[in-house]
Design a protein around this ligand. Structure first.
Ligand code: IMP
Length: 431
């Protein structure tokens, strides 16, 4: 297959970094198509740890083209800082290996300020638990047609006009939240300062990618967050502000939907969530604590403790459908080692009725209680397994049952953060 999309199939943090890195070795181009620096992708290569937020994971592999597509909202100050950090780790980053779509909207300091002020002012029940990085307000400005976009940095008159339009909208909002009015000159000076650094990477990404596609190059679309945080199909309003599902890969870079050959969902062997919102299979007991400790479940971006729960097959079956997953990469199976009994959520009980999907209405979601199926656990370690033969029979049964319940086959099984500790069933890039 020429072009592969990788999508988180739960609430993010499924272990996409390792899988994207594993696949990027086979790809020519790696493209981010949504989200921003709310993402935290950790890559471990030869024992060296790289932490990325805005940069596509392909940058740490030499000889690949990394692309930030128009579906992303970009904090230019953060990006330039991230480039410096990664450079200091010995990775070369130049316009030959990194491109930013000219029509990418920028995240400005005013977006982060608004995001954090709103969260602070929110009462219990309305707080989203955002990363505080301005993602929501930046997307609001995009659909409100008042973003400063990458291309605007090249022309002083356009830049000033865009900033004035933003001011007109934001100052009343800020006043309402008790934030000082925007200092126009300071904001413009900050934008002028980063303009050359950002414009060096600016390109008509849609054109470059369509040419690459025609030339038979392999494109890997790197999703951030997870499908349950999708603005349309997630647990609204406790979601991020972009479309996360696979269809976004096409609009997020400017390529036709027919160019997507394979969709790989990343699925963790249990469930986690950072931030507020419904989570039917959440465990607030010793088992939940054990999953969190063994799985090192702390947010990469915010450091917050992640909420943990049993594997929820209902939700993953749903995200496999909305993204059209062809296969999944199953991760962190080793975190389940040593549990005597494992539970899988196979349906919900809503007021005495059995439901096979998560209802859309927020009050119904909150009332759904999980219906579990129990399976025997295993005592042996699965960490670092590289073939099915290395896995205990109960672990294989667990994986097979998950495949059945979510109606999607396992293509890859990851058994540690190291890229070699992977069992390959189907190579998404294989023809
Ligand atoms: P925002 O994207 O910062 O607006 O946050 C909205 C919701 O998405 C919050 O619940 C965040 O915790 C969650 N979120 C955003 N990015 C990520 C991610 O990369 N992994 C997991 N959760 C995320």
């Amino acid at each position: 297959m020429a072009n592969v999309v990788v999508v988180g199939a739960q609430w993010g943090d499924e272990g996409k970094g390792k899988i994207v890195d594993w696949l990027s070795e086979r790809a020519d181009v790696i493209a981010r198509f949504q989200g921003g620096h709310n993402a935290g992708h950790t890559l471990v290569i030869d024992g060296k740890v790289y932490k990325l937020n805005a940069l596509p994971s392909g940058v740490v592999r030499g000889g690949k083209l990394s692309v930030i597509g128009n579906g992303v909202v970009l904090d230019p100050w953060h990006l330039l800082g991230e480039i410096e950090t990664i450079r200091a780790q010995g990775v070369e980053i130049s316009p030959d290996v990194l491109m930013i779509a000219e029509n990418t909207p920028l995240i400005l300091p005013i977006h982060g300020e608004l995001d954090r002020a709103r969260e602070e002012a929110a009462s219990k029940g309305t707080k989203i638990g955002t990363t505080g990085r301005g993602i929501g307000p930046a997307y609001e400005d995009k659909v409100g047609r008042r973003s400063v976009r990458v291309a605007d940095l090249a022309d002083e008159a356009t830049l000033e006009a865009r900033v004035d339009r933003a001011l007109q909208h934001h100052d009343p909002l800020r006043r309402g939240l008790g934030i000082e009015p925007i200092d126009r000159d300071e904001l413009l000076a900050k934008l002028r300062a980063i303009a050359p650094g950002i414009l060096a990477y600016a390109a008509p990404v849609w054109k470059v990618l369509n040419e690459k596609r025609k030339a038979g190059k392999r494109i890997l679309f790197e999703g951030a967050q997870g499908a349950l945080l999708d603005i349309d199909f997630g647990t609204y309003p406790f979601v991020t502000s972009s479309n996360v599902i696979a269809g976004q890969a096409a609009t997020g870079v400017g390529i036709g939907p027919g160019s997507i050959d394979y969709v790989l969902g990343i699925v963790k062997a249990y469930t986690t969530r950072v931030g507020e919102g419904p989570f039917p299979a959440e465990l607030e007991d010793e088992d939940g604590q054990r999953l969190g400790e063994r799985g090192h479940e702390f947010g990469t971006v915010t450091g917050r403790k992640r909420r943990c729960g049993w594997f929820d097959a209902v939700l993953v079956r749903q995200t496999c459908a909305t993204s059209g997953m062809n296969g999944i990469a199953f991760t962190k199976l080793d975190v389940l080692d040593g549990f005597e009994t494992l539970k899988i959520c196979v349906a919900y009980d809503l007021d005495g009725e059995r439901l096979e999907y998560l209802p859309t209405a927020a009050d119904s979601q909150a009332r759904c209680t999980p219906i579990y199926e129990e399976m025997p656990g295993w005592s042996q370690s699965t960490e670092g397994a590289r073939s099915w033969a290395d896995l205990p029979a109960e672990a294989i049964k667990y994986v097979r049952r998950v495949e059945e319940l979510i109606d999607c086959p396992v293509a890859l099984l990851s058994t540690s953060p190291e890229r070699e500790d992977t069992i390959l069933v189907t190579d998404p890039f294989a023809d």
